[in-house]
Design a protein around this ligand. Structure first.
Ligand code: ADP
Length: 250
């Protein structure tokens, strides 16, 4: 099995919109537990790729497999989320009038959630899961505050926590540090490092310093005109003349 250890496998994915080719035979795979950063100039196809993986856009051609043999190209968004892919969009969408704890509770897998949703009614295991997530997302001290009172960065962490309550195997994060303070950005890097290994992560990010800080010696993929232009460590891709051309030649 050549796909052993691979959580996401894209081969020759093409997406065309009315004759415009947004993805052009894009091939890429992500290893189990890997944190993969995706970079590329505007219009490179990053969002379209995430749309294909999350089922929002159906590929015109090519194959997309998740886990052992789940064919993403034939599933809808809800089915893909249920299969274990969680996506976080750029803008946080938390329930502002609910507390942080209630937000996590509402995000729990429905088969694990109790109704009415009252923290006191949660089982020990459910409360433990929420407690562990609160620590991970650095919001233990904000647990009982309405989410609307959190900072922008804290809301982003809460949304990551809400995704985690769904127990995803693969997390897709779109510009997770956009609009964050330097301190929040640094803590987000730590958080993503803690998730690495337990989950597989695909992170689309424009902030190159942040990418360098979280990628370490891991692989970075550079998209350009709907295909993979380069792949390698951050220092390898930054030294690649084709990558320099794409970023500077505009
Ligand atoms: P990125 O996220 O890397 O900036 P996108 O995936 O958003 O790139 O876009 C890739 C290209 O596809 C862009 O030129 C964009 O205008 C085009 N595109 C994206 N979605 C659509 C659509 N629904 N219809 C037509 N063109 C689209």
């Amino acid at each position: 099995d050549t796909r052993h250890g691979v959580i996401l496998y894209l081969e020759d994915i093409t997406v065309r919109f009315d004759g415009f080719t947004a993805l052009n035979r894009l091939s890429l795979d992500i290893g189990v537990g890997e944190l993969r950063c995706i970079i590329g100039p505007n219009g490179a196809g990053k969002t379209t790729m995430m749309d294909v993986i999350s089922g929002k856009t159906r590929p015109t051609a090519g194959s997309a497999f998740f886990g052992q043999n789940i064919n993403l190209a034939v599933l809808g968004e809800a089915e893909i989320a249920h299969a274990g892919i969680g996506r976080k969009f750029q803008r946080p969408t938390v329930f502002e009038n609910h507390t942080v704890v209630e937000n996590l509770e509402l995000a729990m897998k429905t088969d694990k959630r109790v109704k009415p949703t009252l923290f006191s009614k949660l089982s020990g295991a459910q409360a433990d899961a929420i407690g562990a997530t609160l620590e991970l997302i650095r919001l233990t001290h904000e647990a009982w505050r309405p989410a609307g009172l959190l900072s922008h960065g804290q809301k982003q962490w809460l949304e990551i926590g809400m995704l985690l309550m769904q127990e995803p195997q693969l997390l897709l994060l779109d510009e997770p540090v956009a609009g964050m303070t330097d301190a929040e950005t640094e803590r987000t890097g730590e958080l993503l490092n803690e998730l690495r290994g337990r989950h597989s992560l695909m992170v689309v990010e424009h902030d190159m310093d942040f990418v360098a800080s979280i990628a370490g010696q891991g692989k970075v993929t550079v998209l350009h005109e709907g295909s993979v232009l380069a792949e390698g460590t951050m220092s390898e891709v930054q030294a690649d003349p084709r990558v320099i051309e794409v970023y500077l030649g505009r």
